[in-house]
Design a protein around this ligand. Sequence first.
Ligand code: SF4
Length: 357
Amino acid sequence: MILTTFCSKCLQPITNKDRNIINLIQREYTKDDVPWYIGYSGGKDSSAVLTLVFNALVEIKKHHKPVEIIYCDTGVEIPTISKYVKSTLESLKLESTSFNLPFKVTIAKPKLDDRYFVKVIGRGYPPPTNIFRWCTDRLRINPVKSIIDNNAYSIVLLGVRLGESKERDKTIKKHNTDSKYYLNQGTSTKTKIFSPIIDYTVNDVWATLKFNALPYSIDHSTIGQLYKDAGSECPVYRETKGTPCGKGRFGCWTCTVVRQDKSVRSMIEHGYDELKPLFEFRNWLSIFRDQADFRCKVRRNGASGLGPITLVGRKMILQRLLETEIKSDLRLIEKEEILRIKELWQVDEDNSGYREK
Ligand code: SF4
């Protein structure tokens, strides 16, 4: 690797590749007033983007527009990861202020009725599968989208990279624009995706995290450790339609889209004992989902076939979840979610059209 330049603020070496991309980010940032958002998950790719933008803005004197960093807290993030991300964001806020940078940090959350446990325990949705994956939009995409869509136009910076898989490359190509760094956002003409690291290899990404001292809040060794312990990352914004997020990734600890949760299992093997009860709950839930005895024989639309989880089944899940909280000593469901769940049970109990058989 050739290191030729130095960061003007911290006097650390910067790779040639990063130098070119930092220049590109500076040009793109200064050219117009379109608001910028960074979709941040705490994973290596979004951390690399944040690192490059931070270093680009440190060198610019006038910051004419804010850059909003958005992290989506689904409520079922792996607690260890979510704790790391939130503390990183807290220190980033301070660091941004100390460098006079225009960063704003926002933690997005799904609407109460869209939260995982409100859907499963309150409404009786079966925990998601590959065929019925109701979760990604509700838990991850919509909360971020609702913030970004408040603008007439916006640019979302994501850590999308070519070469991750053939399938991913194909979808990226489908969303191509005139510039290789920009992708179209589905059918939306209001939002463009800007991925400064589109050409980066995994090694380039790690080099970015390692060789840029700024921001101090992003600690490459902690991220490296989490990767060793868990897996890869989950999308924070719909960069390409249908991108799955449950495959051995930094995702929801309840994820039943994958056959086995390799991330959490690997973390337990690396000593995160508090996750053991969560892992057991998730495994129990994925079996429970398919037990016909706890599923209504009629769907909510009246058609026959496996319908929602029965009220008895939903109460069993809540009971088991509360036991899991005690065993792990972790807060896994919020009070307002429990209240909403109980309201939804009442709605079904009072509804003469609701049938379990
Ligand atoms: S991690 Fe799994 S449960 Fe969570 S949004 Fe992604 S696919 Fe759904």
